[in-house]
Design a protein. Structure first.
Length: 100
C-alpha cells in the first residue's frame, strides 16, 4: 500500500497571493498617511465661523468693570483658604520607626 500525496494546483495559490498583496498595499498606504503625508495647516482646518473667535480674543477685556461690579462684590467665599501644614519628614531616607 502506498499513500500518494499530490500537490493541488488551482486557484488557491493565486488567491492567497492576491490577499497578501492587498494587505501589503493597505499597510503601505496606512504607513504613508500616518507618517509621511503632509499635514494641513491649522487655517485650513478651522471653519470660517471660528474666525470671529479670534477677533473676540484680540479685543481688550475690561477687568475693572468686572471686579468693580456690584454682582461680583456680592459674592461670598464659603470655604476657608487651605492651610499649609507640615510637609514630609526631616530625613526622607531614614527608616520608618515608631520610636521618636
Amino acid at each position: 500500500m502506498a499513500i500518494l500525496v499530490e500537490e493541488e494546483t488551482g486557484r488557491k495559490g493565486v488567491f492567497g497571493v492576491f490577499i497578501i498583496a492587498a494587505i501589503v498595499i493597505l499597510l503601505g498606504a496606512a504607513t504613508y498617511y500616518l507618517f509621511f503625508a503632509p499635514t494641513p495647516f491649522i487655517e485650513v482646518v478651522i471653519p470660517s465661523r471660528l474666525e470671529t473667535v479670534s477677533k473676540i480674543s484680540e479685543s481688550g477685556f475690561n477687568t475693572s468693570a468686572v471686579f468693580n461690579s456690584p454682582v461680583y462684590r456680592s459674592l461670598r467665599q464659603y470655604v476657608d483658604e487651605p492651610v499649609l501644614g507640615e510637609i514630609g519628614r526631616p530625613n526622607p531616607f531614614s527608616p520608618w520607626t515608631t520610636r521618636p
